[in-house]
Ligand binder design. Structure first.
Ligand code: C2E
Ligand code: CA
Ligand code: CA
Length: 577
């Protein structure tokens, strides 16, 4: 391959693409946040992972829009959600090259049986698009992102050849820059690029620097060669940088069909890479069928979540907290369930972690909290003595919302005393912004809301969190009652943890109690409140009310209700989970 010819071809291709994007009006259609059609040029030219989400969501969620224009985009999204029929706006959008292009967009709501949105995008002038002749990274001399995609697409178009696309991230670069200086960081990047250039077959393979600490390689051969390649580079990195091999991560995607564009293979390699980032054990992952399924599930859940919330598919379930020695119900935990019209019940482990990562948990929590308050109000109105309900509070709330205002607003709206709401917070919430967290928690406590530390014992900062934060209760994770109690050492840990919480004057609730023996063990060790399948599985809020767990002003026998439930056939219990 003559590098000059290749360079000229790339320059020409980039220039043509820029002119095309500027001359054309690119169209996209979407309905209910789901893309119905996206102009192929938009997918090819602009950054972002164009899955089933409407392009506006892709721009917002994949950081395609320039940070300074993010507010304008949120404004548009809000107006669209309110049904405003026509909007015009300009945004700077990131191209696949990494540069921003100024784009004029319009969004029109169509009338008709099924309303949908039509979006148009036009690049306003080409001056924002990087000059096409720049297609080599100045530091390392390898191809830039755009040039890499163009070169790789050409390679992939050749029949009868198997390729792997590898994304390689120098995870430790930030740390190296901070501790050893930028010159050292630059030196390492150049070293990696040199190694890669030497290893690759000129003309048959391609190499690009995609971002500050990211390289991409299109490697001839199958997974075996790709793995060997990743291991060799890891060894070199470990020797030269004195960093752990895990500080260099690889995501690998095999290109089995030569019709898949390079940028999509790169996205898939990225999905694989995300699974090993931060791991101390593995630093290489393949995009395989299992990951593909997970990714598809993620896209499925993401594209349906907003509609599901609008259509009331999320339901409030309650699980009782019980006094072990009398069986009296003294509280409940609010848990979300997604009753999908086609897929049936979707459990939180399938959607909560995803919602935590895309921010939708803020909306879901708001909904569950409001449903919880409605339930408490209904109990009071129907003559029951309400028991406190604890709600789960995602860590995102501590950085993004005014929790005190939200809970004050809700309790005022539903006329509820504050002690009826308890906030359950997991330890993972406590890592950044300790002082701010402490301030917010103190304000909540001062306002009379109870605060419970969730999943105690499986995080990292348990003891310091217990010492410093104003908790009123601690929920022992189910490992304490299940796995740990099976061994002598486990029993000692559980026993002393309960003792510690008692001395700190915290209420203790043991989670995951599944047997009489476990309940007995807890009671013997001075833990009096339990939650678990042994007593009852989470159930719809209405069923909780109908199960006579709550004391009517005239009815003092809730214990009977629990006994009745425990005696139910297993099958019936299982339906309630
Ligand atoms: P969590 O807060 O620790 O909730 C307790 C989980 O333990 C629930 O799982 C409950 O069904 C399960 N569980 C209760 N008793 C037993 C038992 O005896 N044995 C076993 N094996 N499990 C038991 P679920 O409902 O699937 O929720 C999982 C997690 O999802 C919750 O863990 C919580 O972290 C999160 N979550 C659920 N609903 C919400 C929500 O509305 N908002 C937020 N932010 N998170 C939620
Ligand atoms: Ca919880
Ligand atoms: Ca828990």
């Amino acid at each position: 391959m003559n590098p000059h010819n290749d360079q000229r071809a790339l320059t020409q291709a980039s220039s043509n693409a820029a002119k095309r994007a500027a001359a054309q009006t690119l169209i996209f259609l979407w309905k209910d946040e789901q893309a119905m059609f996206t102009a192929p040029e938009l997918r090819a030219e602009f950054a972002g992972h164009y899955d089933r989400r409407a392009p506006l969501l892709v721009w917002s969620q994949d950081q395609v829009v320039h940070p300074d224009d993010q507010g304008r985009l949120s404004d548009c999204l809000q107006k669209l959600a309110c049904g405003i029929p026509y909007i015009e706006a300009n945004f700077r959008l990131k191209m696949r090259t990494g540069a921003y292009a100024l784009c004029a967009c319009t969004f029109t709501l169509t009338e008709g049986k099924i309303p949908q949105h039509i979006g148009t995008l036009r690049v306003k002038g080409t001056q924002q698009i990087p000059r096409p002749e720049i297609h080599r990274d100045p530091l390392t001399g390898v191809l830039t992102a755009r040039a890499f995609f163009a070169a790789t697409d050409k390679l992939l178009a050749q029949k009868d050849r198997q390729y792997c696309l590898i994304r390689c991230t120098v995870c430790a670069l930030k740390q190296i820059n901070q501790k050893q200086g930028f010159a050292r960081g630059d030196h390492l990047l150049k070293l990696i690029a040199r190694f890669l250039r030497r290893t690759l077959l000129p003309g048959a393979e391609s190499l690009g620097r995609m971002d500050g600490n990211d390289f991409a390689v299109c490697l001839l051969g199958g997974p075996k060669r790709a793995l060997h390649f990743a291991q060799s580079l890891s060894r070199l990195f470990e020797n030269k940088s004195r960093h752990r091999h895990a500080d260099l991560c690889f995501g690998i995607c095999t290109a089995s069909q030569n019709t898949t564009p390079a940028y999509l293979l790169y996205d898939w390699a990225t999905v694989a890479l995300e699974t090993v980032k931060g791991s101390d054990v593995h630093n290489v992952a393949f995009y395989d069928d299992q990951l593909k399924k997970l990714e598809q599930d993620k896209v499925y859940i993401t594209s349906h979540m907003a509609c599901a919330l609008k259509n009331d598919e999320f339901k409030l379930y309650l699980q009782p907290k019980v006094l072990i020695d009398t069986g009296q119900v003294v509280g409940a935990e609010a848990l979300a369930r997604w009753l999908h019209p086609k897929d049936g019940m979707i459990m939180p482990d399938r959607f909560v972690p995803l919602f935590e990562s895309n921010g939708f948990i803020l909306k879901l929590d708001d909904y569950i909290w409001e449903e919880t308050c409605k339930t408490l109000r209904r109990w009071i109105d129907n003559g029951y003595e309400p028991v406190p309900i604890s709600v789960n509070v995602s860590r995102l709330h501590f950085t993004n919302t005014d929790l005190l205002r939200t809970f004050r607003f809700l309790t005022e709206k539903y006329q509820l005393p504050h002690h009826l709401l308890e906030l359950e917070v997991t330890e993972t919430a406590f890592i950044p912004g300790w002082q701010e967290l402490l301030r917010k928690m103190r304000l909540l406590r001062k306002a009379g809301f109870a605060l419970s530390m969730d999943d105690f014992g499986i995080g990292y900062s348990s003891l310091s969190s217990l010492r410093d934060l104003p908790f009123t209760a601690v929920k022992l994770d189910r490992v304490f009652v299940q796995g740990e109690c099976a061994s002598d050492r486990g029993r000692i840990v559980a026993k002393n943890t309960i003792k510690l919480a008692k001395e700190l004057k915290l209420q203790i609730v043991a989670e995951g109690v599944e047997s009489e023996e476990q309940a007995q063990f807890l009671l013997e060790n001075d833990c009096h409140i339990a939650q678990g399948f042994y007593y009852a599985r989470p159930m719809p809020a209405k069923m909780f009310e109908e199960s006579s767990f709550l004391r009517l002003k005239t009815d003092l026998n809730r214990y009977q209700a629990l006994k009745k439930l425990r005696a139910m056939p297993l099958k019936l219990k299982a339906c309630q989970s």
